[in-house]
Each structure stands twice: as C-alpha cells, then as structure tokens.
Design a binder for this molecule. Structure first.
Ligand code: NAP
Length: 338
C-alpha cells in the first residue's frame, strides 16, 4: 500500500522539483495531489514524464486521509496551513522558514542529523533547512566529526531560483532589456540583478547582518553543533540555478588536507571534484539537475592554526530544497514512522 502525498506550492520552483523528484525516485505514492493558490486552480503540472496533475486550491483542501504534505508555498501560507494539515494527521515537511527555529520542530538534513527526526510527532511538522545552510552543513559534517568545527566564515553566491519563479523571470527580462537598451526595472530584487551582484538576501536585521546570514548561523547551530560560530555574507548573483559558497573553516584540532579529503570523499551525498590543475572543480551550471553537494578547491588556510578552505556547490532547488525534503520522507518510511 502506497501513500497519499500532497505537494503544496506545486506550481512553484521548489514544488515543481518536488514532483520531479518524487517521480524520479519512485517514492511509494498511490496518489499525489498538487496544491497551490486559488488562482492556479485547474492548471496542469507534470508529475514525472508521463503523468499530469490538475492543480487544486490549498485553501479548501481537506488533509484528512493525506499521509504526507510537502510544503513550499511561502512562510505566511505555511504558518496557517501546515498546522491545519498536521492536525488532520498529515505529516508535514515544510520548506519555508516558518518552523525552522521552533524547538518542537526537527530541522533535518538526513545525512547529517537523522536522529533529530525522532521528535517529529511533537507538532507533526519537520522543517527543511535553508538552501545555503543545507549544502554547507553537508560539507562540514564529515570534517566536524574529525576535528570539531569552531568557526566558519562563508561568502555565498546564490542563484536567483532561490527566490522563486518570478525572480528567475526578472533576471531573464532584465538581461534581455539590457541588450535592448531598456533600463532594467528591479521589482523582486532590491537592485538590478542582470550583470550585477547584490549583497542583500532577505531583510537587514539590527547589527547589520541580513536575515539570510542569520539563518545560516542559527540553522547550522541547530543541525550540527550549537558551539559553531558562523560569519556569513550572502550574495545574490545572476545565475539561474545552483548556489556556490566559499567556505573558510577553523577547527579545534589539527586536520590534514589529505584526511579531510578522504572524509569528504566517503561522505554520502558529497562528491569531491578537486583537481583544479586539470580544470576539475565544479561551477553552478554543472550542478544543475544533480543530487550531490560538490566540494572543490579544498586547501589549507595557513593564516590560522587549524584551518581549511573550500568551494561548495549544489543545486539549490534539489539538495537545497526538494531532494532534501523527499529524502526526509524516505527516511520516515524507512524508520516506520509513516
Ligand atoms: N527556491 C529555493 O531554492 C528554495 C529553497 C528552500 C526553500 N525555499 C522556500 O520555499 C518556498 C517557495 O519557494 P519557491 O522558490 O518555490 O517560490 P515560487 O516559485 O514563488 O512558488 C511559490 C508557490 O507557492 C504557491 N502559493 C503562493 N500563495 C499561495 C496561497 N495563498 N495558497 C497556496 N499556495 C500558494 C504558489 O502558487 P501560485 O502559482 O498559485 O501562486 C507557488 O506554487 C519559500 O518559502 C522559499 O523560501 C525555496
């Protein structure tokens, strides 16, 4: 017997990938329901190569009898409808920022902290971390196990798909506009994104960091270790899909580059592609559609007693969002929770 699964936000950038990945990985679903806003009611979305689903309105959907809800409709919508689904007995895996720091909600990357799932019944909701956090903790975990990560300084290069479907359209339109000598109008992003980079993702907080930078710090602490300090600068770049990060890590204990290399190469979900002299390092366009988190340019940081630097790239819509959510669902099945 398979499960009844609802994909909430099915017309969006993440929701579309959720449907692709459920089909690709043959998740044991008997029925998949595509949900979005009322404005999308009746539209069609693909579920795998052969099946098409007709979108229904989240607002009037009754979650009774639905086993699993994969949510990505934005934080304000999840705030209302995820608890409603959870109360009807549907296990919710939420991709938005709404529940990530809720103490009763596990924040899970299955390769990193699967044990956190044990508590999911407290609210019947599991949170998927932020895309930039997921790929960073994937690369940190095997190194933390070897030498204890003390402090991380990270600069991100985040693609526009991280801000959704309309943000992708804005990069496309602005790029075209520049060639047609039209003045680009910024609607979704705070400044022009075509042929530019923007050191602002989400809003500014007291102290000068952005909310995205704050998320990277507190989510890493919740998932990996509350003692890890993270100084992040998050930057939006004119790339459609794929986030990159320049990560500088300081450890408690000595860690040789060769030992770090071996641990990363063995870690499930990480692919070490690192022969820069032969052109072997990964860029965002090369990670699109892939499941792995790619680590390249691993090297010693000689400016601190125990430091390493690396370049980490992943498909933000896949491992950064939809794939991680489906892997959580698979884990629930594997552990007999669903
Ligand atoms: N993109 C990423 O890399 C990424 C990664 C991790 C987490 N997230 C989070 O996932 C969420 C969605 O991101 P996205 O990139 O997929 O955004 P998106 O492309 O803008 O899609 C938003 C989805 O939410 C639906 N929606 C909006 N208002 C709704 C309502 N009132 N009721 C039901 N559904 C509604 C939209 O449906 P309509 O088409 O009907 O408007 C659409 O399906 C955000 O919270 C985001 O922070 C995104």
């Amino acid at each position: 017997m398979g499960y009844k699964v609802a994909v909430v936000g099915a017309t969006g950038a993440v929701g579309g990938e959720m449907l692709n990945i459920l089909a690709e990985r043959a998740f044991p679903a008997d029925e998949v329901v595509a949900l979005a806003s009322r404005a999308s009611e009746g539209k069609e979305v693909s579920y795998g190569d052969e099946r098409v689903l007709r979108v229904r309105a989240l607002e009037s959907f009754d979650f009774e009898g639905t086993d699993l809800g994969l949510f990505s409709p934005g934080a304000a919508i999840s705030k209302v409808h995820a608890p409603r689904a959870a109360a009807a007995g549907c296990v919710v895996i939420d991709n938005t920022s709404q529940f990530r720091m809720d103490e009763q909600v596990p924040l899970v990357v299955p390769e990193v902290n699967p044990e956190a799932l044990e508590r999911f019944r407290e609210r019947n909701i599991i949170a998927n971390p932020n895309c930039s956090t997921i790929q960073m903790v994937m690369a940190l975990k095997p190194l933390h196990d070897l030498a204890i990560v003390k402090r991380v300084v990270v600069a991100t290069y985040q693609s526009v798909s991280g801000a959704g479907r309309e943000a992708m359209d804005e990069l496309f339109d602005q790029t075209k506009g520049v060639y047609e000598t039209r003045t680009p109008e910024a609607e979704h992003f705070p400044k022009q994104i075509a042929f530019n980079v923007i050191p602002q993702i989400d809003v500014f907080l007291d102290g000068g960091a952005t909310r995205e930078e704050w998320k990277m710090a507190v989510e890493t602490q919740k998932i990996l270790d509350p003692a890890i300090e993270v100084a992040a600068t998050c930057v939006r770049v004119p790339v459609f899909v794929g986030h990159a990060e320049a990560v500088n890590v300081e450890f408690e204990h000595a860690l040789e580059v060769e030992d770090a290399r071996a641990a990363l190469a063995e870690f499930e979900g990480v692919l070490l592609i690192d022969r820069p002299e032969a052109g072997e390092y990964v860029t965002p366009v090369e990670c699109v559609g892939e499941y792995a988190v790619f680590v390249s340019r691993l090297r010693k940081d000689p400016t601190v007693p125990h430091g390493l630097q690396m370049w980490v790239v992943a498909d933000n819509l896949r491992k950064g969002a939809a794939l991680n959510a489906v892997q959580i669902a698979e884990k629930l099945v594997e552990e007999g929770y669903l």
